[in-house]
Design a protein around this ligand. Sequence first.
Ligand code: EPU
Length: 375
Amino acid sequence: MSYFCRKKLNFEKIFLMERQQTTSNRQQALSNKALSEYNTMGFEVTSKYFYEIKSLREINRLIEDEVLKGEKTLILGGGSNILFSDEYFDGTIIYSNLKGIIVSPEDIEESEDFNSLDPDSVIVRCMAGEIWKDFVDFTISKNLYGLENLADIPGSVGASPVQNIGAYGVEVKDCIDCVYTIDLTNGNRVIFNNEDCHFGYRDSVFKKEENKKYFIFAVDFKLRRNAELKLEYGNVKEHLHKRNIDSPTLSDVANTIKAIRSEKLPEVGVVGSAGSFFQNPIIDIETFNELKERFPEMPSYPNDKGVKIPAGWLIEKAGWKGYRENHVGVWDKQALVLVHYGGGKPEEILNLMNKIQESVKEKFGIGIKPEVNIV
Ligand code: EPU
C-alpha cells in the first residue's frame, strides 16, 4: 500500500481544539463496560475493556503503553452502523470522542493548501467524535453547500468516510478532501487523500480488515459557498412543492430531507436500528433483464457496475415489511431497516437477517449483503 502525506499538517491547530486536560494521569480502562448506549441497535452488550478518547494525547499514550497489543480492538464512533454479534465483546473498545471544528480561511490562514483553494471552496476540518447531524447543521448555519442531503444521518463524523455514507443522491465522498488517521500499531500519522480512500458504494479502504488499524481522528471537508442544490432523488422535489417552496434555500433542502427521513426511518434512541441493514445489490444486466420480465414494476438504478436494485423493495416483495418476531422485526415504513424493540439479543437479529437473505435469494435469485458492520 502506498499512502503518503500530501498535505502539510496543521496538527497544532487540531491540538488547540482539544479539550484541556491533565497529561499526567495514565488512561484507565473501564472493564465490563455496558454498551447499550453506544450501539443504536440498543443491545445489552458489554466489552472487556473500554477507553474513551478525548484527545490525541490519550490515543498516543495508549499506543506508547502498548495496552492495545494482543487485544482484539474495535474503534467505535456513534455506534449507528454496528451490530454486536454477541452479548460480550472480548476485546478493547476505543470510543472516539474527539471534538472540534475549524473552518478555513477564518481559522486556518497559513496552510498552503488552503490558500491554493479556489475562492468558492471552503475547507472545514472536523474532529472525528463530532456528531454527524450536528456537524451538517453547523455547515448549513455557515451557509456552506455540500452536505445538506446528508442531514440527520445518525453517527459520528469519523465514521462517515468508513462506509461512505450516502442519501438522496449524495455520498460523503463528494465532499471529503482528506482523512487524518493514526496507525494504532506504531503511532504514525497517515493522511488519506480522497483518491487514497478508494470510495465506493458504502465502501472505502477503511473497511478492509488490514486497515482497521487506522484510527480516524479528523476529516477535512471541501464545501462550497455556492453550488447547485441536488433535488433529483426520489420525492425531494415533491416534498418541497407540497410546502410551496419553488426556490429552495440550503436549509429548505436540509429540512425537507429531515422530514422525508423522519417519515420513513425509526427515531434513533426510541426504536433500536442501524439504518439500512442491507446494501442495495448490484446485478448484471442479463440478470436484470430476466428479472424485469418477471417483475416489470421492479425499481432499478443502472450504474457503471451494473444495475442497482433497492433491497427494500426485494424484502417487501418477499413479504417481510412490518414483520415482527419477539423483540425484533422489519420496519413497516422501510423494509431495509431491521429493528430491535428492546429486551432482545443480537442473535435474534442475526436469525432474522438469515431468514430474509434466504427468502430474497429464493424469490429473486439475488444475494443481499448486510450493510451494517457485524462485529
Ligand atoms: N422501496 C420499497 N419498499 C421499501 C423500501 C424501499 O419498495 O420498504 C423502494 C422505494 O419505493 C424506492 C426504492 O425502493 O423505489 C428506493 O427506496 P429509498 O429511496 O427509500 O432508498 P433505499 O435504496 O431503500 C438508500 C440508502 C439509505 C438512504 C436512502 C435515500 C442504502 C443501503 N440505503 O435506501 O441510507 O437514506 O437510499 O437516499 O443505500 C443507510 O445507509 O443507513 C440509509 C438509511
